[in-house]
Design a protein around this ligand. Structure first.
Ligand code: GTP
Length: 327
């Protein structure tokens, strides 16, 4: 089985496990990334949740463009839903609001709760925040499938293991998820993710300045090379020049993307044999910096662009119903 096949097999198993978990819970906390809250959700979840309470939490709100996050909140509010967004890992305000809402989940006795989401989206961080110090004192709840550990959070039980949902990877989703670190380099390589980021954010007024500032931050450490006239790096070429149609990595845009990466490599001193800019390392460093928020707060999608009502909506993707909540 190839790498792709192995990944698919792994994800199918993960989804089966989530199905089994879901059969035991009264409420589902879905975690998505605030920088792409549409693409970082699982298309399968809505139909699995049924009539359980379904709450959406946006992690990494501290790394997203606050204006775009507000647009997303308004978009959901317009549909009678109220996601929660945090301003940092396990943001205490978010955690206490979430605890209050979970305590109200309809249940025969104390609600049982699961945290689910794509790989690396912030599930464990939130789970630990919700469980607090109680997590150290876990115990198997009687009557529940062997091996499952439940944490008594007072007003509800919390499943000690988050459910991992498989991402959908078609079209530009693979690159969006790669940019957020929700899929690995075997699914989306650093160079194509870097090209995608430069193209998608190229028209953003603040992005060019952020890129330039970030590239300059390590300038002092860079030793000028006498044999390379370009080495005295000026501003990073306008990323906007690299931007093709939004969301597509068109070949026509490539040379400009390469120019940006080349200049970043020079400015950061990422040079290979013969002092040539190492574009691969430049791409990897740039993508890591984006993920960590070192470039600033940027979002990768807006509700008007991806979440319809528009042809972008996909039947069964939950697109027109981002939180199929029974709230
Ligand atoms: N800046 C920021 N980082 C966060 C936030 N939430 C989680 N992280 C970071 O994101 C990384 C992944 O978080 P995890 O909680 O391990 O993610 P996960 O979904 O449990 O990951 P898997 O177990 O691999 O599926 C960690 O480095 C967290 O510190 C947030 O709101 N803001």
């Amino acid at each position: 089985m190839g790498e792709g096949g192995a990944l698919k097999g792994h994800m199918a198993r993960a989804l089966r496990q989530v199905r089994r978990y879901l059969a035991q819970v009264d409420a589902v906390v879905e975690v998505a990334d605030a920088r792409a809250p549409f693409t970082s959700r699982s298309p399968q979840l809505a139909e699995l949740v049924g009539d359980r309470l379904h709450l959406l939490v946006l992690s990494r709100g501290d790394l997203a463009d606050p204006q775009v996050t507000r647009a997303w909140m308004d978009w959901w509010r317009g549909r009678g839903l109220e996601p929660l967004v945090g301003e940092g890992p396990a943001d205490p305000r978010l955690v206490s609001r979430l605890r209050r809402r979970l305590a109200q989940a309809p249940a025969a006795f104390k609600p049982r709760v699961i945290v689910v989401g794509l790989p690396n989206v912030g599930k464990s961080t939130l789970l630990n925040g919700l469980a607090g110090r109680r997590r150290a004192r876990v115990g198997a709840q009687p009557g529940v499938t062997r091996g499952r550990q439940w944490v008594d959070v007072g007003a509800f039980w919390l499943l000690d293991t988050p459910g991992v949902l498989p991402p959908r990877l078609g079209g530009t989703r693979r690159l969006v998820l790669g940019a957020l670190g929700l899929v690995g380099p075997e699914v989306a390589g650093a160079e194509e993710v870097a090209a995608f980021l430069i193209e998608r954010l190229g028209d953003h007024p603040a992005f060019q300045a952020a890129l330039d500032r970030w590239a300059t931050a390590a300038r002092a450490a860079v030793r000028p090379a006498d044999d390379d006239p370009d080495r005295s790096a000026g501003a990073v070429p306008a990323a906007g020049a690299a931007a093709g149609r939004r969301g597509t990595a068109r070949p026509r845009g490539r040379p400009a993307v390469e120019a940006v990466l080349e200049q970043l490599a020079r400015r950061r001193g990422l040079l290979g044999p013969g002092g040539r800019p190492d574009l691969h390392r430049a791409a990897a460093v740039f993508v890591a910096a984006f993920r960590a928020g070192e470039l600033g707060r940027f979002s990768l999608e807006r509700p008007d662009a991806v979440a319809g009502p528009s042809p972008a909506d996909e039947p069964g993707s939950g697109a027109g119903d981002p939180v199929s909540s029974s709230e």
